[in-house]
Design a binder for this molecule. Structure first.
Ligand SMILES: Nc1nc2c(ncn2[C@@H]2O[C@H](COP(=O)(O)OP(=O)(O)O)[C@@H](O)[C@H]2O)c(=O)[nH]1
Ligand SMILES: [Mg+2]
Length: 486
């Protein structure tokens, strides 16, 4: 399975290398994910109230007491647990400043956060397929405001966007009622609900069906307020088997089964990762095409109007010059030269810059023009407009700062490559991924090998995805160096 995944990863990398990165450079689009980001193993983020059992679940998965657990808030930081040949712990500063690790982006959240991050390398086999991120428990809003010292929802969003699976733990005492939990749902998890797994833990603590029903009902009620969906998401009712734990008053077999399902979902994270990477590439490519086409069109209009202006100038100069020679009034020649020079200065300093500014202001119109001619037949209209809303600020920004005159023409080859990628290659790649997974599933119906069941992978999405703003970090194999950032 790993082999198949590696092949897909390689193809994704090739598509980035050509055409995405060169076109992104030419039009100063934001940087694609770094190679480190593309190569990292799938990531599962664990969220939830404090003492809802996140760390206990991590220990259960890994079969050893890697994380501290306890009823009092035991952990106030993020712990990244990943595979390494020898047991090593790194502190946040070592993690966030290491360019070989995909966590440099955490530095944006400041020292206070970085000092609350830990990386644990463990030689556990389970971790070869997945990285786990244990998070500090969510607490009451009042305490959170005074306590954290960093943008908690922002950090959760950072991890959640990169994660292939986000598990949210609730326990019977606090089924989703803390202010911070609701805030995290609203601010950090919007648009990524396809990655969420909701867990109602500590099922062994219920003594009666009545207790369970109340807690389950409260959880659904609270989720309904923050997850904008018509249907209720799947809730895994389970518990972490702990030593000396009395079996609760309800039938426990179902809850054991739910835990097995959860573990299976985690094993499928590798598949989700590939699916997410394809989605991420599709989102990148579509937005890049929009960005590049609008700027290219504007640059083309600018070049045409510049050519026209100089064409008139040459024509006028020739007519007047011809007149001067014909009438023998050669004394007028210096005056003509001076006028021509003045007009050129006027063009370059006044009228052409004004034209460029006007074109940048008219980006919406240019988009609508392209939309009606070449793009409409390619995509769903509304999606494109929403996408343009997202792309517009950056397109305007780079066109203003760099100047329309400095963008080289988008070559016919690149345009075709980009269209082919979006319309054929990416859908084909995804179909091939599903085929490979189906073949694999048919070949061996083992539960833990990472193939999708009937319910997975989840439907495709084209959410905007996060890209580090480091300019083209470690991309070395790009075709061209032209159109470099000025
Ligand atoms: N009865 C019961 N206790 C649990 C379960 N999961 C965790 N605990 C206990 O709940 C407490 C908090 O667990 P911990 O994993 O530290 O929670 P975290 O704050 O979410 O990481 C610990 O004392 C655990 O032993 C469970 O499923 N059932
Ligand atoms: Mg914990």
């Amino acid at each position: 399975m790993q082999n198949v995944m590696d092949q897909f990863a390689e193809r994704i990398r090739e598509y980035y290398e050509n055409p995405l990165v060169p076109v992104a450079r030419q039009f100063l689009y934001r940087s694609p994910p770094t190679l480190g980001e593309l190569r990292r193993p799938p990531m599962v983020l664990l969220l939830g109230n404090h003492s809802s059992g996140k760390s206990s679940f991590v220990n259960h998965l890994l079969g050893s007491d890697i994380q501290k657990t306890g009823v009092a808030p035991t952990d106030d930081g993020f712990t990244i647990i990943t595979h390494g040949p020898v047991e090593t712990d790194l502190d946040g500063h070592a993690v966030a400043s290491n360019p070989n690790l995909p966590y440099e982006g955490l530095r944006h959240f400041g020292d206070q956060l970085v000092s609350h991050v830990k990386l644990k390398l463990r030689p556990t086999e389970f971790l070869q397929g997945v990285t786990l991120v244990d998070s500090p428990g969510m607490i009451d809003e009042a305490k959170a405001e005074s306590g954290r010292g960093f943008d908690f929802p922002g950090v959760i969003r950072w991890f959640a966007e990169r994660a292939d699976l986000v598990m949210i733990f609730f326990d019977p005492d606090k089924p989703g009622t803390t202010g911070e939990t609701l805030r995290v749902f609203r601010e950090s998890l919007g648009g990524i609900d396809h990655k969420l797994l909701i867990v109602l833990n500590k099922m062994d603590q219920f003594h009666s069906l009545h207790d369970f029903a109340r807690a389950y009902g409260a959880l659904c009620w609270n989720l309904g307020k923050v997850i904008p969906r018509k249907d209720l998401p799947m809730i895994y009712n389970t518990f972490v088997p702990l030593e000396g734990q009395p079996r609760g008053g309800l039938l426990m077999d179902d809850f054991d089964k739910a835990r097995e399902d959860l573990v299976e979902e985690i094993h499928r994270a590798a598949t989700r990762r590939m699916d997410n990477q394809i989605t991420q590439m599709a989102a990148f490519a579509e937005r890049l095409r929009l960005h590049a086409c609008v700027i290219d069109e504007a640059a083309e209009l600018y070049r045409a109007s510049r050519q026209r202006a100089y064409g008139y100038l040459v024509l006028m100069t020739m007519l007047l010059g011809g007149g001067i020679f014909a009438t023998g009034l050669l004394v007028a020649l210096p005056a003509l030269a001076a006028v021509v020079a003045l007009v050129i200065v006027f063009f370059e300093l006044v009228s052409l810059p004004r034209k460029r500014k006007r074109l940048v202001n008219d980006f919406d119109e240019i988009f609508e023009g392209l939309h009606d001619t070449e793009m409409l037949m390619r995509d769903q209209a509304e999606d494109l407009r929403l996408m343009w809303d997202e792309v517009r600020p950056r397109a305007r920004d780079v066109a203003t700062k760099r100047g329309l005159q400095s963008f080289e023409r988008l070559s016919w080859t690149d345009r075709e490559l980009l269209n082919g990628l979006i319309e054929n290659d990416i859908p084909n790649l995804r179909a091939e991924l599903y085929d490979a997974l189906r073949d694999k599933a048919a070949g061996q119906s083992g539960a833990l090998s990472g193939e999708p069941g009937p319910s997975s992978p989840k439907p495709l999405r084209t959410d905007p995805l996060p890209f580090e703003d480091d300019p083209y970090g470690n991309w070395t194999g790009s075709r061209r160096i032209g159109g470099e950032v000025g």
